[in-house]
Design a protein around this ligand. Structure first.
Ligand code: IPM
Ligand code: MG
Length: 357
């Protein structure tokens, strides 16, 4: 029996997680699932976005299925109590350093993209984002009185971008190994024309690439990468980058495909224990309306079976079922186009269950 910690979170989180669980249950797998509050929902109940009981459940599980966190109503809380701290805390406490964010454009959804079909059709790229370091976690950080410069004495906010060699090495290995199972190309994205952190990043990427002579390594500055992603996204295979650049580029890549509501993600530790969540957020504006697209979460459950639980065949079955419902024409509002059949969150989950073979 494998233990799954289910953390639905806020906004549309509970609605989309319910559909993913429905699909997992329909497969009759040896899984025990236990649910705990996280994010704003946990703050309301326990006074903290990542209460000790939720963290323990996640630590003791074989994998974590995560919905989304965040709601405007928590924006005025002190930072340590904001819902986002839950996901950042889980990533850090569980050493989930490798974030895999595929951006796949399904043939059936080519028209849902804002880009021309010839630019986007057949897109299949993978963003490997480092998740435990960078300016997200670097110390020192804070708000202080500026110690020097033209504005000495003024209030200033500051963060620290930093990466150590071992941190860069381990994410490099993840990217090169992922590329081996795909198109054998890795593009490392940095800002080494300006940042010391990026200069070390690039050096380490070049050194580790020598262990992977079958993989083609290229480098790109992040500003250019943002541009190339809309100009010629299919020229990429695997993109590897740091935490901050990866945050931004993965949203961009996701939107290329037409809907961020379609994209799953995995955040893995060194033993492939992982947290699985849709790439999109909690969408408080549509929460409770029953219209959210559950497919990213359902596909995240498939990634969980594949990467953490060794259940490849069942992962394939879920992914095939998603393909089937798309070709049958079922669409939630976010991916709706003329002539298709609009369905609710629950109806989409039901359609996937029915399409399982
Ligand atoms: C993401 C999100 C998070 C991040 C937020 C919610 C802290 O944007 O997973 O991409 O910045 O990493
Ligand atoms: Mg983000």
């Amino acid at each position: 029996m494998k233990k799954i910690a289910v953390l639905p979170g806020d906004g549309i989180g509970p609605e989309i997680i319910a559909e993913a669980i429905k699909v997992l249950k329909a497969l009759n797998l040896p899984l025990s699932m236990e649910t705990a509050p996280v994010g704003g929902a946990a703050y309301d109940i326990a006074g903290h976005p990542l209460p000790p009981a939720t963290l323990d459940l996640a630590k003791n599980a074989d994998a974590i299925l995560f919905g989304a966190v965040g709601d405007w109503k928590y924006d005025t809380l002190a930072r340590e109590f904001r819902p986002e701290q839950a996901i950042l805390g889980l990533r850090k406490h569980l050493a989930l350093f490798a974030n895999l964010r595929p951006a796949i454009c399904y043939d059936e959804l080519t028209e849902a993209s804002s880009l021309k079909p010839e630019i986007i059709g057949g897109l299949n790229i993978l963003i490997v984002r480092e998740l435990n370091g960078d300016i997200y976690f670097g110390s020192p950080k804070g708000i202080r009185s500026a110690p020097d410069g033209l504005f000495a004495g003024a209030r200033e906010g500051f963060d620290t971008m930093r990466y150590s060699e071992p941190e860069i090495e381990r994410i490099a290995h993840v990217a090169f190994n992922a590329a081996r199972k795909r198109g054998r190309k890795v593009c490392s994205v940095d800002k080494s024309n300006v940042l010391e952190t990026s200069q070390l990043w690039r050096e380490v990427m070049i050194r580790i690439a020598k262990e992977y002579s079958d993989i083609e390594l290229s480098h790109m500055y992040v500003d250019n990468a943002a541009m190339q992603l809309v100009k010629a996204p299919k020229s990429f295979d695997v993109i590897v980058t740091g935490n901050l650049f990866g945050d931004i580029l993965s949203d961009e890549a996701a939107m290329l495909t037409g809907s961020i509501g379609m994209l799953p993600s995995a955040s893995l530790d060194k033993n492939n224990k992982g947290l699985y969540e849709p790439s999109h957020g909690s969408a408080p504006d549509i929460a409770g309306k029953g219209i959210a697209n559950p497919l990213a979460t359902i596909l995240s459950a498939a990634m969980m079976l594949r990467y953490s639980l060794g259940m490849q065949a069942e992962a394939d079955r879920i992914e095939a079922a998603v393909q089937t419902v798309l070709s049958q024409g079922w669409r939630t509002t976010d991916i709706m186009t003329a002539g298709k059949k609009q369905v609710s969150t629950v109806q989409m989950g039901d359609a996937v269950v029915k399409a399982l073979i």
